[in-house]
Design a protein around this ligand. Structure first.
Ligand code: HAM
Length: 427
């Protein structure tokens, strides 16, 4: 939905992969943020935030080659090598390692922020995007993995999306590391092999086979048959107990591109297979230990959901799109439009506007003398539920219900009490 705008003059263009957010785009973005925040809080997650700029080293060490190639990095005026954050997980591990003692475990934290990756601009991939990150730190039990996948599902459900619209594909990196161990593959070769499996659905089979070498046949056979994993079956059972099993599918072809994952991994996709991943995450039990040079070891897991693909999917699915439009339209409406029919009454009107705004009513009025008919038109355009007319009737004010057209006269000093009595207008 939020596509970068094209402008004519070169200097007026946004940089490739960056977006302007006009008020309607902001309204859509806020709609997404509000649901992200509400459902995360419903699951008992606390909001936190990290800095948008970090030492480049943080990502070089931990995120894996693909993300390092995509860094927006530079040398700052203090000769530091810095990068705009491409993801939140390394920052979270750094922050947890520094502040761990201040909090009871497990930590359940969420964050909403903007991220930057120098990617080739394409459908669903821009150079900036917003992510919701939800992470659980300090719990190794599979119950935490179930909780996290359930949260991911419930967030998508909050947008009116159903099991017909999306699926969370769950997998386990340990399934593959056990497989490699069984095939006597030395541990230093595991990472490139995992990356090759991760790309196998997006790359030509020959290219994947070349990367897998002697393991190509058994890997392709396992991908085809689906593989068996007791842990993944237990995860599905945990979701079944909540009535959410139909939202997931076991798919060992999901490995995830980031280097730090150690166990369960998952990605959410639209069922029709039209878009890139909506969300992705998994367990990264060694990252905090690696970042703290072994002084602190805490199991961890989390996922991130981006606004770009989610926005495209909401636009695609009619009930989700309509729910968003309705919420945005309702949210943009003002409560009261003040019609100043006689300029002599402007000071009286402004005095009441101030009092009404102090009480939380959303109010608009003409800044300069304007014909009454145009003022009523503005009231309608802005979705006002009530128009208050300040004119010849003073010290009474004419109150018009914009929905029914009903009019009544109210003494100006009774106005606040009168409005408060109308519960539908409460702020
Ligand atoms: P990720 O899979 O790299 O995971 O990104 C998560 C989501 O962010 C993607 O599924 C996608 O919706 C969105 N996204 C990523 N890159 C772009 C882009 N260039 N344009 C638009 N959307 C994008 C991570 O970032 C992990 N740190 C998630 C995580 C949290 N793992 C544990 N905790």
């Amino acid at each position: 939905m939020l596509v970068p705008r094209q402008r004519n003059a070169m200097s007026m263009q946004t940089l490739p992969g960056f977006r302007d957010f006009l008020p309607e785009d902001c309204a859509r973005r806020n709609y997404i943020f509000a649901r992200w925040r509400a459902v995360s809080r419903r699951y008992g997650f606390a909001e936190w935030e990290g800095p948008p700029l970090e030492a480049t080293e943080l990502y070089k060490k931990k995120s894996g080659a693909e993300i390092v190639e995509q860094l927006f990095n530079f040398t700052d005026k203090g000769e530091r090598e810095v990068a705009l954050r491409p993801e939140l997980t390394p920052t979270l591990a750094r922050v947890v390692a520094a502040h761990e003692r201040e909090f009871k475990k497990p930590l359940k934290w969420f964050s909403i922020g903007q991220f930057f990756r120098y990617e080739k601009q394409q459908r669903g991939r821009l150079r900036e995007h917003f992510q919701l990150n939800c992470d659980i730190i300090g719990e190794k039990d599979l119950a935490a993995d179930v909780e996290l996948v359930a949260l991911c599902i419930d967030i998508l459900r909050a947008f009116g999306l159903t099991k017909k619209d999306f699926v969370v594909r769950i997998s386990d990196r340990e399934f593959w590391t056990d497989f490699f161990r069984d095939k006597k593959v030395p541990a230093e070769r595991w990472d490139p092999l995992l990356q090759a499996i991760d790309k196998s659905t997006r790359e030509p089979r020959d290219k994947t086979a070349e990367k897998l070498g002697g393991l190509a046949d058994p890997v392709f056979a396992t991908l085809k048959s689906g593989g068996k994993s007791t842990k993944l079956e237990q995860l599905v059972e945990g979701l079944r107990a909540r009535g959410l099993a139909d939202f997931v599918a076991i798919d060992v072809g999901i490995v995830r591109g980031l280097a730090y994952y150690t166990g369960i991994v998952f990605e959410a996709f639209d069922r029709a297979g039209k878009f890139r991943a909506i969300a992705g995450g998994g367990r990264y039990d060694n990252l905090i230990s690696q970042l703290s040079d072994g002084t602190l070891s805490l199991p961890a897991l989390g996922f991130a959901m981006g606004d770009v693909v989610l926005g495209e999917l909401i636009n695609e699915i009619a009930p989700a799109r309509e729910a968003m439009q309705e919420a945005i339209t309702n949210d943009s409406k003002i409560d009261i439009y003040i019609v100043i029919a006689k300029e002599q009454r402007r000071a009286d009107a402004l005095s009441q506007i101030q009092q009404l705004r102090d009480r939380g009513y959303r109010i608009d009025y003409p800044l300069t003398p304007t014909k009454v008919a145009r003022q009523f038109q503005a009231a309608e355009d802005l979705g006002a539920r009530i128009a208050l007319l300040y004119g010849d009737e003073w010290p009474q004010v004419k109150m018009k219900d914009m929905g029914t057209g009903k009019q009544e006269l109210v003494a100006y000093d009774r106005l606040l009490a009168h409005l408060q009595a109308q519960s539908s207008l409460s702020s």
